[in-house]
Design a protein around this ligand. Structure first.
Ligand code: AMP
Length: 250
């Protein structure tokens, strides 16, 4: 069975975002970009399923700038993906546009399972997997903390408020990864060197004939308010008095 893993290139999670002076977005010039952390978890899960012998091929796909080929798609292949697809665009594509493109890729590639991150840490949309499931008419298991693939079905354990929920889906299906699904492996230097020989198919948005025009208009982006400096208290009693005065303790 083939597994498809969509990955997004985002501002590295260790970088403090800087808002552009005109408030139109986050400044991405000359900052470290990396694979969305939830997508690393998705690749890890897919590669483990291949290593277990329940999947035969792992294909990664990204919609983004040309540079994605030599960073995120290389990392993905070094982690164990067999080949990559780059749908190149310099424009920001919203989750609905991404889902429409991924639906076309799914029609071409016919994967048994698509594993996405639950959300991209740049826009925190948490929409693409769900929209893709709706467009394809496939079952979805979101926020997965365990994935068990057997025959024509996949069991997905989901982290919900009340505990753990397990759903049993018929393949083909969509899974989105939560933080505790696994710990992704590092892309080692020898594997990065080897990954350079794994194929990357280059496409454009026009190749898929879908409308990815924006539906949203960004009004403004502002920095979060600065935290005020705290104060040190001399004793627990003093702390309790202060909390009472603030109305957060009785
Ligand atoms: P979002 O709905 O934007 O929070 O993204 C959820 C997931 O959709 C990500 O973790 C990726 O797996 C996938 N995704 C979002 N944007 C892209 C993109 N431009 N290219 C490939 N996959 C994407």
């Amino acid at each position: 069975m083939k597994l498809l893993v969509p990955v997004k290139r985002v501002l590295d999670y260790n970088v403090k975002p800087r808002v552009k002076p005109d408030g139109t977005g986050v400044d991405l010039a000359n900052v470290k970009m990396s694979m969305n952390p939830f997508d690393e978890i998705a690749i890890e899960e897919a590669v483990r399923l291949k290593e277990k012998g329940v999947a035969t091929e792992v294909v990664v796909v990204t919609i983004g700038v040309a540079k994605a080929e030599t960073d995120v798609l290389l990392t993905a292949r070094a982690m164990g993906a067999d080949r990559a697809i780059l749908i190149q665009t310099d424009d920001e594509v919203e989750p609905l546009g991404v889902a429409k493109l991924l639906a076309k890729v799914a029609e071409e590639e016919q994967p048994g399972l698509i594993i996405l991150g639950k959300q991209a840490i740049d826009d925190d949309s948490n929409q693409t997997g769900q929209m893709l499931a709706a467009l394809l008419g496939w079952a979805q298991g979101t926020f997965a903390s365990k994935v068990e693939l057997a025959g024509e079905r996949v069991k997905v354990t989901r982290e919900v408020d009340g505990g753990l929920e397990t759903v049993d889906l018929k393949l083909p299906a969509i899974v989105t990864t939560d933080l505790r699904l696994n710990e992704p492996r590092y892309a080692t230097l020898p594997n990065i060197m080897k990954a350079k020989t794994k194929p990357v198919a280059k496409k454009t948005v026009a190749d898929y004939g879908v409308d990815v025009s924006p539906r949203l208009k960004m009004l403004k982006v502002v920095e979060p308010g600065k935290r005020q400096a705290g104060i040190k208290v001399g004793s627990v009693d003093e702390l309790v008095e202060k909390l009472k005065a603030l109305g957060v303790a009785k």
